[in-house]
Design a protein around this ligand. Structure first.
Ligand SMILES: [Fe+2]
Length: 225
């Protein structure tokens, strides 16, 4: 079962409110229950880990993008599983053929929104997109797969909303805290919910069969105004 968590996010920058659906960490999982949610949104954002890099597995992920892109503008930001795919260029082609946009230290405009994906540019020899992104007019929404990157790299920047995933809610949740997250280890600080201007999703899927406890798979529906 996936839980849909709703947020109202005020920026004061939009003439017309916008509704986003955010599906992070689908990990090539089933998506039939997500399709009906696409009917009353303005864009679908996937902040990383659509795929499972072992294998690699992304047939279902691409099929989901194809279905979604028929209905709404669909933006995939990369996560660690995408960047570590052996044939990344082939994957990019499939995303584009499916009618979705893939972002990797890049951004695109959608009406009053500017939608970007920041992912550790120095590690990939990319120019840091943030100065140009901050200079764009409108409401700046940034996908950043790893929530642990928020404090060191993004918190001080001029961004209206950061969308993150990766931590899978901390896998096991006790007293509203996660137990473990990749990149953060035991008792991680950033696993779910709001921190500053970032919303972290507990993720819509899993790539290993480890159980989730007190920690539903999660999709976000965000009303931006
Ligand atoms: Fe993930």
């Amino acid at each position: 079962m996936r839980k849909i968590t709703g947020y109202a996010w005020h920026t004061g920058k939009l003439q017309k409110p916008v509704r986003l659906l955010v599906v992070s960490d689908l990990h090539d999982g089933k998506y039939a229950d997500i399709l009906p949610l696409l009917s009353d949104i303005d864009a679908l954002l996937l902040p990383g880990d659509l795929v499972i890099r072992y294998g690699p597995f992304y047939k279902r992920g691409i099929a989901f993008l194809r279905e979604a892109a028929k209905t709404v503008p669909t933006f995939l930001g990369v996560g660690n599983h995408e960047t570590r795919l052996k044939n990344f260029d082939g994957f990019v082609r499939q995303v584009e053929e499916a009618g979705a946009r893939i972002l990797f230290n890049t951004y695109e405009r959608l009406g009053e929104l500017v939608i970007g994906c920041w992912y550790r540019p120095r590690n990939y020899g990319h120019e840091d997109m943030l100065p140009a992104f901050e200079a764009e007019a409108g409401c700046r929404v940034l996908m950043s797969h790893r929530p642990e990157d928020y404090a060191p790299y993004l918190a001080g920047r001029d961004i209206d909303l950061v969308l993150s995933g990766h931590a899978h809610g901390g896998q096991v949740r006790l007293f509203n805290r996660g137990l473990f997250a990749p990149g953060q280890g035991l008792f991680p600080q950033y696993t779910k919910g709001v921190t500053g201007r970032m919303i972290i999703s507990a993720g819509a899927g899993d790539h290993i069969p480890a159980p989730r406890i007190n920690n539903s798979r999660e999709i976000l529906r965000i009303d931006l105004d």
